[in-house]
Design a protein around this ligand. Structure first.
Ligand code: SAM
Length: 278
């Protein structure tokens, strides 16, 4: 049997008595045209290993395989999905491996060969944490080439936000410092079973070979975390504690100490972080 001969997902769900668990962020995509379209947002998969977090009953997984992924490594926490995912594995010509466990704990690196693309309809409860981990690896460039991820629309907007907007914050800086990020598709609640309360969006994040500005990433992360922790405060107050002469350092970066985090560009954040390197 090939993946194209597998039964419709609604039948799979009924046959295995799979009721969606809210605690695991289970909102499934059952339309295979849509899952193939999402898979295509990641570009050519034929020369890549794909990491998928949370395959659920396998809708997006089938899309990835149908779009020609060289290999898909899927990590699923819910053991109830084993029989449904086994059917996809059996029809995958050896191109699908499923690991069972918590994506925050499982070490996937031994199972992946470069180039790697991450494509996932993420569980909302761990989505942001996974994204932050992918964006802040110990070494750059990271193991992955691109991330194509479904988020709540509000999170997607934070990733691509520009200074001066309400959505602009830590995620915008972390994503844009070393990647190009854009919203590739918006998806309404009705596309999911069961439908979530909010709109969703697929974000495509392509990593750059090198950061846009020459600054230590860990330092930038520290400054940005502080600055946005109290985003409405002036920088001289929010960054207090980073150094005794914090105001002088802000001025040395060419920024007014009365400025607020939400108005600083990525370049200004990088200049600011450089001032705290000694
Ligand atoms: N990819 C499927 C789809 O598009 O229909 C399912 C997406 S659903 C939004 C999220 C999936 O992530 C569920 O299958 C859920 O069981 C799984 N999940 C939740 N928490 C997880 C975790 N910590 N590690 C791995 N998978 C998790």
């Amino acid at each position: 049997m090939s993946i194209h001969d597998l039964p419709p997902l609604r039948e799979v769900i009924n046959a295995h008595g799979l009721s969606a668990k809210k605690s695991l962020g289970q909102n499934f995509l059952l339309d295979l045209n849509l899952t193939s379209k999402i898979a295509r947002q990641a570009g050519d998969l034929s020369q890549c290993d794909v990491l998928e977090i949370g395959p659920g009953p396998g809708g997006l997984t089938r899309g990835l395989l149908a779009e020609g992924a060289r290999h898909v490594l899927a990590v699923e926490r819910d053991e109830r999905l084993r029989p449904a995912l086994q059917e996809v594995t059996d029809a995958s010509d050896g191109r699908l491996t499923v690991l069972y466990g918590d994506a925050l704990q499982v070490d996937v690196s031994a199972h992946l060969s470069a180039p790697v693309k991450v494509v996932a309809n993420l569980p909302y409860n761990v989505g942001t944490e996974l994204l932050v981990r992918w964006l802040t690896p110990a070494q750059w460039p990271p193991i992955w080439d691109s991330l194509t991820l479904m988020f709540q629309k509000e999170v997607a907007q934070r990733i691509v936000a520009q200074p001066g907007s309400k959505a602009y914050g830590r995620l915008s800086i972390l994503a844009q410092f070393r990647c190009d990020a854009r919203i590739a598709m918006e998806i309404p609640p009705q596309a999911f079973t069961p439908p979530p309360k909010v709109n969703s969006a697929v974000v495509h994040i392509k990593r750059l070979e090198k950061p846009r500005f020459d600054v230590d990433a860990k330092l930038l992360e520290r400054v940005v975390a502080r600055a946005f922790n109290q985003r409405r405060k002036m920088l001289r107050a929010s960054l207090k504690g980073l150094a005794p002469d914090v105001e002088d350092r802000i001025i040395a970066a060419g920024i007014a100490p009365t400025e607020r985090a939400e108005r600083l560009s990525l370049e200004q954040f990088c200049s600011l972080a450089q001032q705290f390197s000694g």
